[in-house]
Design a protein around this ligand. Structure first.
Ligand code: TXA
Ligand code: MG
Length: 345
């Protein structure tokens, strides 16, 4: 059973204790501006193994190293090229992860055997202070059991991992609520391997051409970020995603509810406030207004977890636009549903 500590200030004693756990090869969950991370010493391959074990994560799925300053960056990356510099100047600290050639001190257990490393400077005071006090880059995947929705609250971390790690730092709900944008900086042009709050549109203000890994948009190819190939972010019940025309969304979902309920099945809904209003269904998790994508991003994982302790047979989810951060939301919903979509025209 681990300690769950509410952090009120970065001067709190608990942060020093957490850093001691990290230095000694232990595991500490901590808040970031995206989702909670499950941290361990990123230069210690035993700590890395513990992370994989705690999450039940396949060991070919590499970890992100979280850094506090440029000095740490140069320790773990061989060549901080001009593309990376440009991105860092514009967006770091922030919800973005860069893929760069790794230096020798990064254990191959952290990178899943790849010769590149994922690096991120989080924009969260507790995360940054923990890294500084630990005096090492912190390897941190999202602090969920592998395959489950990422945690955006300390309670969600506790539910998944309380008996597998040393400590949880509670810094309140995460600001963005979806994981960082991953950008491959090892090719001629930046390639987005996972969409997030730093959007394609924002990167296009810096670079004339920005590519997106084809695996993200549903094409049947092997993704370059190994983690993107797994069914992921999934609630406990099966889920169907509704995409397309918002004018017919409520009717399409209503028809499907009727079908399932005729079969005696219990349905859960993950929808916008607009659609919730029209459907008036008892089992509804509302993620916000369709116009407010940032709120939808920050609520989506809690909505997917909402049905974990309720007894539903099937979850019907309403999609969003794929513009801006909508691309990240739709990517997570596709994966949570195992690409099981109904298209409305
Ligand atoms: O927002 C985030 O990035 C959160 C917080 C905790 O910082 N972390 C996170 O980590 O989402 P995780 O482990 O859940 O996702 C890391 C992703 C995986 O899809 C992994 O395959 C990819 O990053 N990745 C890591 N190293 C890579 C590399 N060298 N090349 C390509 N993809 C890599
Ligand atoms: Mg994850």
């Amino acid at each position: 059973e681990c300690e769950l500590v509410k952090i009120n200030s970065i001067k709190d004693e608990a942060l020093t204790k957490a850093a001691e756990f990290i230095k000694n090869g232990g595991l500490v969950a901590f808040p970031t501006e995206t989702v909670y991370g499950l941290g361990g010493d990123g230069l210690n391959s035993e700590a890395a193994s513990k992370i994989y074990k705690a999450k039940g994560r396949p060991s070919d799925n590499p970890l992100i190293l979280h850094i506090n300053d440029q000095k740490m960056l140069h320790k773990i990356v061989n060549d901080v090229n001009s593309m990376a510099k440009k991105i860092m100047t514009a967006f770091c600290p922030g919800p973005i992860t860069l893929i760069l050639p790794k230096s020798d001190i990064v254990p191959s257990s952290v990178t899943g055997g790849l010769n590149t490393v994922a690096v991120r400077m989080p924009d969260n005071d507790i995360a940054r202070e923990l890294i500084r006090l630990s005096n090492t880059p912190i390897a941190a995947p999202s602090a969920n059991i592998s395959g489950r929705p990422s945690p955006t609250t300390a309670q969600a971390v506790y539910n998944d991992l309380h008996d597998r790690i040393d400590m949880i730092l509670d810094g309140g709900a995460c600001h963005f609520g979806v994981e960082s944008t991953i950008v491959d900086c090892t090719e001629d042009v930046p390639i987005i391997l996972r969409p997030g709050a730093i959007t394609k549109e924002m990167l296009e203000e810096l670079f004339p051409v920005v590519k997106i890994d084809r695996a993200i948009v549903g094409e049947n190819v092997v993704p370059k970020a190994p983690g993107m190939k797994y069914k992921h972010y999934a609630p406990k019940a099966n889920m169907i995603l509704f995409e397309g025309s918002s004018a017919k969304m409520a009717d399409a979902i209503a028809n499907k509810i009727a079908d399932y309920e005729r079969e005696g099945k219990k349905v859960g809904l993950v929808v916008s406030s607009e659609v919730a209003e029209k459907l008036q269904h008892e089992n509804t998790a509302i993620y916000g207004n369709q116009e407010d994508l940032l709120t939808i991003a920050s609520e989506i994982y809690e909505c997917l977890r909402f049905f974990d302790d309720k007894d539903v047979d099937i979850i019907l989810a309403e999609g969003t636009t794929d513009k801006g951060i909508g691309l990240a939301i739709m990517n997570r919903l596709h994966k949570a549903s195992g690409f099981n979509s109904i298209f409305i025209d």
